[in-house]
Write a protein that binds this ligand. Structure first.
Ligand code: ZN
Length: 383
């Protein structure tokens, strides 16, 4: 009864990850009445830990429970999907603690979108590279998947999928009027103004499709002039030169060198692997630098259009509070300076002390890695 085992694996992956996530929330639960910046600081490591636990625990469960001896490919795939689904669902424990108003269904669709957009091309290129190291012919379907994924993500075609799935709809007339007025002032053309379900507080712009997307939560938490400053920023992206749009799309392909892994290994062995990894790291760093300088330019454009850096800083503070994003973060991982520094730069004195930088991972991150190591040791002894 392999399917019964699969259900058991799903339940155990879900249960163990959920317990670890719940336990890691202890410091956060103790500051329920504190300022949002303190709550966000303590939630952050738990969120990052949940991302690790959601992968490490399922892998551990699979390693211990799956009988590899006479399994078909289908059984391997279904059981892996089952454990990862359990690990992913357990992340809702953390999300619900921070955002009790958001619903499970919306959260699941958000997570699936994020996973595909953020990790889809990376894993597709990785599988292409690994399978081509063993067998060039077997890697061909993976190469097709990788190219499709990369085009889907880099081209912004995913926006149309969300639109088709009903997760996005046309913005309300007031929102559209505000965008059109600002666009005229900035001298940029806009084709689409879209609103998304309240899954996250933020806004994005797609220069290629000339679209501005705003979440309903962003509209709800901001005063009109604050919303205007956020929209001015997004419209600033639509005004970027063609050259920058192309470079940014190229930058998004930073994981593509992984696809050449097999070819590099056959040619140069270990040096080939190092070459692929080095290319990827340089490409990624270059991409981050490009987007950082672009954000600076866009911020200046928005300041010009809206007139006040102070309003923009207040808007950012509200979005950080609504999304529970810490006011200080290690700058190396980010395209923007931390909120606290951006407020000071705009001449706004925050009504809270500079918070310490959040810890890297919560207990769930470390504990799940320990579970994974233990599972591998256990399995090693079996053989
Ligand atoms: Zn931006």
């Amino acid at each position: 009864m392999w399917w019964l085992d699969t259900v058991a694996m799903f339940a155990i992956a879900l249960g163990v990850t959920a317990v670890l996530n719940w336990a890691a929330l202890r410091p956060f639960r103790r500051v329920a009445a504190a300022h949002w910046s303190e709550r966000a600081r303590l939630l952050w490591p738990v969120r990052r830990g949940a991302a690790i636990a959601g992968v490490a625990v399922p892998l551990a469960v699979w390693r211990v429970m799956f009988r590899t001896g006479h399994a078909t490919v289908m059984e391997v795939v279904v059981s892996l999907l089952a454990v990862f689904a359990g690990g992913l669902l357990a992340g809702f424990v953390v999300h619900h603690a921070a955002f009790p108003q958001r619903r499970l269904r919306e959260w699941i669709s958000l997570m699936l979108c994020l996973i595909v957009l953020r990790y889809g091309p990376f894993f597709a290129w990785l599988f292409t590279g690994i399978s081509s190291a063993f067998d060039m012919a077997a890697a061909r379907p993976w190469l097709g998947v990788a190219i499709f994924m990369q085009l889907f993500v880099s081209s912004g075609a995913w926006l149309w999928l969300l639109r088709g799935l009903g997760l996005m709809h046309r913005g309300a007339p007031e929102l559209e009027a505000m965008v059109r007025e600002l666009a005229e002032r900035l001298g940029v053309s806009v084709k689409h103004v879209w609103e998304t379900a309240p899954v996250a507080a933020n806004a994005v712009a797609s220069p290629l499709w000339r679209a501005v997307v705003v979440s309903r939560e962003t509209i709800e938490v901001l005063a009109p002039e604050e919303l205007r400053s956020i929209l001015a920023h997004e419209l600033g992206h639509l005004g970027e030169p063609r050259r920058v749009t192309v470079l940014r799309a190229l930058g998004g392909c930073w994981s593509a060198p992984l696809g050449a892994l097999g070819w590099a290994v056959h040619g140069w062995g270990f040096a080939g692997v190092a070459l692929v990894l080095a290319t990827m790291v340089i490409w990624l760093r270059w991409t981050l630098r490009l987007s950082r300088s672009e954000e600076h330019r866009v911020d200046a454009v928005a300041r010009e259009a809206v007139g006040s850096g102070e309003v923009a800083a207040r808007a950012l503070e509200k979005l950080h509070a609504a999304g529970s994003i810490p006011a200080t973060l290690p700058t190396a991982q980010m395209t923007h300076p931390s909120l606290f520094d951006r407020m000071l730069a705009a001449g706004v004195t925050p009504d809270f002390e500079r918070p310490a930088v959040p810890k890297r991972w919560g207990v769930n991150g470390w504990a799940s890695l320990a579970v994974w190591v233990a599972a591998n040791l256990m399995n090693f002894r079996h053989h």
